[in-house]
Design a protein around this ligand. Sequence first.
Ligand code: BTN
Length: 340
Amino acid sequence: MPRNHSTSSSEVTILRALLAHEDGYFSGTALADELKMSRVSVWQHMEKMREQGFEFEAVRAKGYRLVKQPVGLNALLIDARLSPQKPVVGFLCYETIDSTNDEAARQLAAGRTAPFVIVSRQQTRGRGRFGRVWHSEDNGNLYLSFAFRPLLPPERMQTFTLWMGVNVCNFVASYTEISPALKWPNDILFNERKAGGMLTEARIDSDQIRDLVFGLGLNINSEAANFPPEVARRAVSLAAHSKTPLDLNKLAAAVIGRVIEAYNQFIDGKYRDTFADLWNRFDHLRGKPVSLQHGNQQIHGTALGIDEEGSLIVRTDKGKTERFRAGEVTMSKKPADSKH
Ligand code: BTN
């Protein structure tokens, strides 16, 4: 049974207060008052946090200051940064797991209250679409899965992954210096290279989606050299353009908040106008020559966008307009209407 790091709510409160006063000191008395515990107990909690790699400076008459944070993914740092107003999301953080999607499905099957999020430092059997391997070493990247119980008919969820994808792109655009794009249906690209991928899996019961798992892998801080050579050629990390590594835990908490918000908007059904705007902004394929494998046929044409159901619309080289529900698109080198 993989072990997850559960966070102590007192330690989360201490850390949240110290993070909010990162540039100064926070008084031990104020911390003790907020936690309704003695200053000695506050100090004991801080000792425990030191074991994880946190370092504090204590200055008489001023209070405490956070001077060092542990390196890499840390449950406490993510939890402390998750919005305290909306603690509706359960959160489990693992050192290592087979696949966060698999763990989310297992936890749902075991009856855990949804929504919840599974995050892991690394995955031993990270999966992508078509059963492909998603390389998931402990290298500063994010592997996380969101578990929901939407109880909606499957046709209501057709555009779910696309909606999530444009929201992730929007998040990345606002959080970093880079301009990402969404390649239908599940690739997050930057500079034509893959910066992330999404894997949505559902369990349908009596014509309703009972369990829904949305998996997201985002290359945050990995160096190209951390990937196997065949992946390194096609992959990029979000930190590629920043001089310093991105704060993994801050980013994890922010992306969790954004995904949960996007899910709620989707379920409320009030997302269509925003979806159209975001889709137009982040659609990577529009107007581009594409090839698509359909059964044993290879279709060549120009991508025109998506329809109401999220199907890709392609104007084929034979002059027909066709819609594709699923499939894998590759970008054609030649212009779509070229005869050669
Ligand atoms: C793809 O591009 O084919 C989808 C990749 C999805 C990878 C993420 S990482 C977190 C979650 N757990 C998995 O095993 N897969 C998804």
